[in-house]
Ligand binder design. Structure first.
Ligand SMILES: Nc1ncnc2c1ncn2[C@@H]1O[C@H](COP(=O)(O)OP(=O)(O)OP(=O)(O)O)[C@@H](O)[C@H]1O
Length: 359
């Protein structure tokens, strides 16, 4: 069921130099309970997009729906109710330096004006326990590490029991190890509380580690969207390839492409989940009398799911039969170059007719 829907959103800013277009033609649907990533390079429009969801920014055109309701123009009490429903976590934490950890988490509850002191104290205690900061309740933000500060930010964002949590570059100021622990906490919150989480980031590793689905934004437009598995393992748009190149500088997204200079059949083999644990290439080699060279490879996890993706060149007795047999067994095989067609396709699979000709 849909939790957030943006339809045909445009957003431009009036500046002294004229109107600046930040977003155009944005259509986006985020389902309830999902962890949805929005990735793009600097200036792509990510912050503007996420700030439209809780109406920190108003769209120039188009509509925003939250939990089935059109909220595009809401004001006053309705707007305050919407903001309680949507927690937000910031890159630089935005904690109140003169308040203790506990008082920072209590702040939105005090502002809401509907809870008595005992209720606020009980809720703060529960929230600090959830983020692992019970022992730090009386400290001030300056006494905490970056990761601890962000845990306070997360506890505060959860205080009013929101159904959506927006995280705007929430891990960008943290080291890699702390980033992972904060992403683990977000996944735990999603799992335990069913909160829909939107993660804005410029880092593909954040998407890979934490998200179910992803939208890639470039120059104010969504250029690619889908499951993290599809977008990460089969990127199509140049902006996505660029972001992957940053995360994996020495992998298949590099230029020149892995097919350059390779002879024979070049194929990309993608193995996910159980298949990533099987000796698929060794068996193929034995059964079909083919040799293979690994031109590039990626091995890791997408959330908890293992994957292995290799670009290989094949030679020997029956490369075509070998690849066809892999495909028939359900392995994801993409032909990148074939001596019979003379075709090469740097980093992209051949079209269906070409494929039919080869395999
Ligand atoms: N208040 C504003 N006034 C004028 N232009 C703005 C304003 N906010 C954003 N922009 C412009 O809109 C575009 C998108 O900015 P936005 O901050 O959403 O990008 P971003 O992807 O979040 O980038 P970053 O990761 O660098 O924060 C940029 O060209 C930016 O300069």
């Amino acid at each position: 069921m849909t939790m957030i829907r943006l339809t045909n959103i445009t957003k431009s800013f009036a500046t002294v130099g004229g109107s600046v277009s930040a977003l155009s033609g944005i259509d986006l649907t985020i389902d309830r309970g999902e962890i949805f990533g929005i990735i793009g390079s600097s200036g792509a429009g990510k912050s503007t997009l996420v700030r439209l969801i809780n109406l920190l920014e108003r769209p120039t055109g188009g509509d925003v729906f939250v939990d089935g309701e059109r909220v595009t123009g809401v004001q006053g009490a309705q707007l305050r109710a919407l903001r309680r429903k949507i927690g937000m976590v910031f890159q630089h934490f935005n904690l109140l330096s003169a308040r203790t950890v506990a008082a920072n988490v209590a702040y939105p509850l005090e502002l809401a004006g509907i809870y008595d002191k005992a209720e606020i104290a009980a809720r703060v205690a529960r929230l600090l326990d959830r983020v692992g900061l019970t022992d730090h309740a009386a400290k001030y933000p300056r006494q905490l590490s970056g990761g601890q500060k962000q845990r306070v930010g997360i506890a505060r964002a959860l205080a009013c029991e929101p159904s959506v949590l927006l995280c705007d570059e929430a891990t960008s100021a943290l080291d890699p190890q702390t980033t992972l622990s904060v992403l683990d906490l977000l996944q735990e919150i999603n799992r335990d509380l069913g909160v829909t989480i939107v993660i804005i980031t410029h880092e593909m590793d954040v998407i890979r580690h934490a998200c179910d689905k992803v939208a890639v934004i470039d120059h104010g437009r969504i250029v690619e969207t889908g499951t993290v598995r599809d977008v990460f393992l089969h990127p199509k748009h140049a902006a996505t390839l660029g972001l992957l190149r940053e995360a994996e500088p020495d992998q298949a997204h590099r230029s020149p492409s892995p097919t350059t200079g390779a002879t024979g059949h070049v194929a990309r083999i993608t193995l996910v989940d159980e298949a990533a644990r099987q000796p698929v290439l060794a068996r193929m080699s034995r059964e079909f009398g083919v040799d293979y060279a690994i031109l590039s490879g990626r091995v890791g996890h997408i959330r908890q799911t293992p994957y292995a993706q290799f670009t290989i060149s094949l030679s020997g007795a029956d490369p075509v039969g070998a690849l066809a047999a892999l495909k028939a067994r359900g392995v994801d095989v993409e032909i990148l170059a074939s001596p019979r067609t003379g075709a090469t396709n740097p980093g992209h699979p051949l079209s269906q007719p070409e494929l039919a000709h080869v395999v």
